[in-house]
Write a protein that binds this ligand. Sequence first.
Ligand SMILES: [Zn+2]
Length: 230
Amino acid sequence: MTGRYLAKLPPIDIVPMGRVTRVPDWLGGGFSDTFDVRSFVIHHPGGPIVVDAGIGRGDALIDELYEPQTVDIGDALAACGVALEDIQALVLTHLHFDHCGQAGRISAPTFVQRAELEAARAPHYTVPEWIPDGDVRPVDGDFVIAAGVEVIATPGHTPGHQSVVVEADGGRAVIVGQACYRAHDFAAPEPVPDCDEDSMHVARSSIERLRALAPAEFFFSHDNQVLQME
Ligand SMILES: [Zn+2]
């Protein structure tokens, strides 16, 4: 786990990035009909670290299937006091279209699990043009990206899903991403992963690993609730 290199936990902003207003029946997974999409900014002393990059624009198939309301990432981050050119690092929890869509707008080093980059080559996995191709730093497992900030591999929802742990003497925050869909399911005695049947086992292990980081604050990609677990 991360060294306690930060004296104080940096503020973390939840960044609204829009909404998917329609979910095809074959993709519902029983979770919800529509959902919010959000990114996060860790206001790190070395410069802002952004987690996830929302839905992209201009893909006819995505527009037709999901009817997304997309927020411009430059505007969304400006509202948090962050300019795109000041970003220290971008972390992508995974490469589904609603998490990597505007990654190309950010030129900072971009951390993605190598397993995710490989998985994303499969047809219909994501919008290929939205996979970042700039300063991409493939990660194998856990990796410290800045003082007190570590990405940890949490596969299940996708083969290369990762979460972010922020740690300081004053406490710990965990950006779960989509390793679990809802805070409620994360906190349940039998946590409910968001994945297909074949990945249940690995997804449950990832949630167990994340829960073991309590006491901490937990943030979720598609649930507004910030969960405080003791
Ligand atoms: Zn996803």
